[in-house]
Design a binder for this molecule. Structure first.
Ligand SMILES: Nc1ncnc2c1ncn2[C@@H]1O[C@H](COP(=O)(O)OP(=O)(O)OP(=O)(O)O)[C@@H](O)[C@H]1O
Length: 849
């Protein structure tokens, strides 16, 4: 074919498919938001949780609360408010008035308690302050002189004071009642002031007291670190798993949706390279993976509490995250080749995610106990973990977490050493050396196991990713799609795959003609003879002895057919007659069991790449992306199909032909059924194909749109062959130059509409509407004695007239005789229709079988 369009290059197809991925990203807002926001939201939750736990260790209460002063009024529950006791140092009694003054209280509220409690403070705490077996105090102060320059004191207070309603309410609120403690804090400060004034021997000495975090075990140097380690070690890996896995699950659903909408199969008819199709999805997934990886690293290094990141060599994390993303994307592509529905994808997604999540949670809690599954009696579990990426990642994350954030949960030695020695902790605890060695674990807990290094697990992950990718590619070619099977399962071992066979015309003639089942039918016998070498150049389409068997049943049975350029050929047949299967063979969506189909001399099986540029195809159903516009559809499909020169101009021409120019930039989901059908026909026009195949182009279309489509189809046949299937006999009659009727996969009749009508003509049909049917029958019998009475419905009578010899006399009678007009109100004579031919052929076939 000199003027056949040039197939699009792999690069052009790739950029067209990436444009499609970009549109999916831009237009599927919900999925895109999930993919973009998941890592941000998940890591934010971690960071917020971390900082709130971390901040809670700073003592909020002591740092910003101001203390009350008028104690006497407020602590009415207590008889004496403050009890005190002191040893015999004479200066100590002077402290109490100072104390009362600072607290703005009457000295009568200060009551001495027996010396006994001074030596048995535990007893005092329980008896006085808590059980109140002695007069009711809010607080009790014990003061004693340690030496000439030091005064010591103890303060006990009661935070369950019951008789004051205010305090009851407060004490119910919490054990460490902050309000009660604020009074105690005020008393403490007052005691400190009084002691200092006493020691300084200056009662007027002004002191400013700053409240700082209370000395507490909670504020030891180690605490923040311990909390963060406790938190990080068990849960950081879980958050990372979630951030990396969830977006790939969304990715799987997008890919499955393309199969469900049959877009994948449709793209094949445009000649898309399978490898390019997979590559476009893979790149999309990897961009998503890279994005998640960057978000994780930004959070890890920018937010406090991510020792998992800051103590690990960054390149390890980058490589791990990207490899996992690669493996998951490849797994999703494999599942995408296996699954044909989004429902299936959702079910698989839930299983994957739940399994991975449980494993992640389990590894967070059991820590390095997970290593028990390597090399001892649990080894089969280890093998399963290794071959499923969403489980394997949890093992790798545990390797890193154990090394980078050694908490006491997993590795008490490392933790306690670094905190108590006072030496600064090293910046990186987990480097490539650690990553390539056996992970750190507790010997007693991991007995008899030999855990593989994180790097070894990563290698397994990578190798599996490659295997998944290969299987995705292989199954995409081999598995039965919506139009039947594609390649043989052993196609890789056939020479045709590696060195495609170009069938020369001459070889076709050497095929032995098999006797057609209807070979005694002259038209069919002639059709079989047409497909010979001499006639080969005359025909655009040659189908010769074509068979397609599904599970032992022939969908196409020994079909031979030829059609010329510049014509419309209609394939008719009942449901299941084999029309669509024939089309699927011609469009290289399924392989024939035997036989040959040639389009302009190119073999539909072995020269698929040429076939795809020669044909334009409209499937039985509208295949489209509902969120894309007509212009976007045409742009993508054009760039996939042929080498582009004037893309915009060609698109505008097609839009004009299918009358969608004014709505070209509206999304296809908003189109009516007729408009979508027009777009499907427009997609068949892409690349000025030499043969256009339309599978039921007007099914479900309203009369106005159907008329328009008829005009379009008629205009399509200029300089090309149009092959259409239809269930509308009227359509076949109006449009086609040749009709082939199929029955049970076989050719049952073939010829021009006129030829078929005359060959299968059963005569003319006479329809009479009469108020006196009996009289009408008598009149017909009189004028047309050979007419056969077919049927009567209500007052309509139908006759078949084979001998038209006396017809003119009868017509004269009907037109001129007044009596005739008195009981025959209307009449019509109709020639044989294609519907009559079809029914006759079907009837004959039934008889024959
Ligand atoms: N992938 C397949 N697997 C098994 N059987 C199939 C497959 N595709 C088609 N068939 C069978 O082959 C026969 C022909 O089907 P085909 O779809 O070609 O008929 P058709 O003439 O196009 O029917 P319709 O007018 O309903 O579209 C039917 O019996 C059908 O069930």
């Amino acid at each position: 074919m000199n003027n056949s369009p040039e197939r699009a290059s792999a690069l052009q197809q790739f950029s067209a498919l990436m444009y499609k991925q970009f549109l999916l990203f831009r237009k599927n807002k919900v999925v895109t938001l999930f993919r973009l926001l998941t890592p941000i939201v998940v890591m934010s939750i971690y960071a917020i949780t971390y900082s709130s736990i971390n901040n809670s260790s700073n003592n909020k209460f002591y740092s910003d609360q101001s203390y009350p002063t008028n104690f006497a009024d407020q602590i009415k529950c207590c008889d004496h408010v403050v009890g005190y006791s002191y040893n015999n140092d004479p200066s100590i009694p002077d402290i109490m008035p100072l104390l009362a003054k600072t607290l703005d209280m009457d000295i009568s509220n200060f009551v001495p308690v027996p010396q006994f409690y001074m030596t048995n403070q535990t007893g005092l705490a329980s008896d006085s302050a808590f059980n109140r077996t002695i007069p009711n105090f809010f607080a009790t102060v014990f003061i004693n002189r340690v030496n000439s320059t030091q005064l010591g004191y103890n303060l006990y207070y009661n935070y369950t004071t019951p008789s004051n309603p205010m305090l009851i309410a407060q004490s119910l609120a919490s054990y460490n009642n902050p309000v009660v403690e604020s009074y105690a804090g005020a008393i403490q400060i007052a005691v400190e002031k009084a002691l200092i004034n006493t020691l300084a021997q200056n009662p007027d000495l002004q002191l400013t007291v700053r409240k700082r975090a209370a000395p507490s075990a909670l504020n030891s140097n180690n605490f923040n670190k311990t909390i963060s380690l406790m938190l990080l070690q068990p849960f950081a890996a879980l958050f990372i798993y979630f951030s990396l896995t969830f977006p790939t699950i969304m990715f799987l659903n997008m890919r499955a949706e393309e199969s469900q909408r049959k877009i994948r199969a449709y793209l094949k008819t445009f000649g898309v390279y399978d490898e390019i199709y997979l590559a476009s999805w893979l790149l999309d997934g990897m961009i998503g993976g890279f994005y998640s990886c960057v978000v994780l690293l930004i959070f890890g290094y920018a937010c406090p509490g991510f020792d998992f990141f800051t103590k690990t060599t960054p390149s390890i994390l980058f490589v791990v995250f990207m490899t996992y993303s690669f493996a998951m994307n490849c797994l999703c592509l494999l599942l995408g080749s296996l699954l044909s529905t989004t429902k299936g994808a959702v079910i698989i997604s839930v299983v994957i995610f739940t399994l991975g999540l449980f494993t992640s949670i389990a590894t967070c809690f059991i820590g390095n106990l997970i290593y028990n599954v390597y090399g001892n009696k649990y080894a089969p579990i280890g093998a399963i973990i290794s071959i499923l990426p969403f489980l394997n990642i949890n093992k790798i994350l545990t390797d890193i977490a154990t090394g980078a954030t050694p908490s006491f949960l997993n590795n008490p030695n490392i933790n306690s050493d670094s905190s108590s020695s006072g030496e600064p902790a090293p910046n990186i605890l987990y480097d490539w050396g650690n990553f390539t060695s056996t992970p750190i674990y507790d010997e007693p807990l991991v007995k008899g196991a030999s855990p593989i290094s994180g790097f070894a697990s990563l290698n397994i992950l990578f190798a599996l990713a490659l295997l998944f990718l290969f299987l995705a590619w292989y199954l995409d070619k081999v598995l039965a799609g919506p139009f039947g099977g594609s390649k043989r399962f052993d196609f890789l071992f056939t020479s045709d795959y590696w060195t495609p066979r170009h069938i020369p015309f001459s070889s076709v003639d050497q095929h032995t003609l098999r006797g057609n089942i209807n070979s005694n039918d002259p038209d069919i016998a002639q059709e079989s003879q047409n497909v010979t070498l001499e006639n080969m150049s005359k025909y655009a389409l040659i189908i010769r002895n074509l068979d397609k068997e599904f599970d032992g049943k022939y969908a196409v049975n020994n079909l031979s057919l030829a059609a010329e350029n510049g014509k419309i050929i209609a394939l008719l047949g009942h449901n299941g007659a084999g029309k669509t299967t024939t089309i699927n063979i011609l469009t290289n969506q399924t392989n024939p069991t035997s036989g040959t189909a040639l389009i302009y001399g190119y073999d539909c099986v072995n020269q698929a790449s040429s076939i795809h540029t020669l044909i334009g195809y409209t499937p039985q159903f509208d295949v489209n992306w509902p969120n894309f516009t007509a212009r976007e559809h045409l742009k993508i499909m054009s760039s996939i199909k042929e080498k582009r020169v004037n893309l915009e101009q060609d698109i505008n021409n097609i839009l004009k032909q299918i009358r969608l120019t004014s709505v070209a930039d509206n999304i296809v989901g908003s189109y009516s059924g007729g408009m979508q059908r027009r777009l499907s026909c427009g997609l068949a026009l892409i690349g000025n194909p030499k043969i256009i195949i339309l599978d039921e182009p007007t099914t479900g279309v309203d009369p106005a749109n159907r008329l328009y489509l008829w005009r379009l189809i008629k205009s399509m046949k200029k300089d090309r062959l149009v092959l259409l299937t239809t269930h509308s006999m009227e359509e076949a009659d109006a449009l086609s130059d040749k009709i082939a009727i199929m029955s049970e996969g076989r050719l049952a009749a073939v010829g021009t509409p006129t030829h078929l009508k005359s060959r299968f003509s059963s005569g003319f049909k006479l329809h009479i509407i009469s108020s006196q049917p009996d009289q009408a029958v008598n009149v017909v019998r009189h004028y047309l004695p050979t007419a056969i009475f077919d049927k009567s419905t209500s007052n309509t009578l139908v006759f078949t007239i084979q001998d038209i010899g006396n017809l003119s006399n009868f017509l004269k009678y009907l037109a001129q005789d007044a009596t005739a007009q008195s009981f025959i109100s209307d009449w019509q004579i109709q020639g044989t229709t294609i519907e009559d031919v079809f029914l006759k052929v079907a009837h004959d076939q039934k008889k024959h079988n």
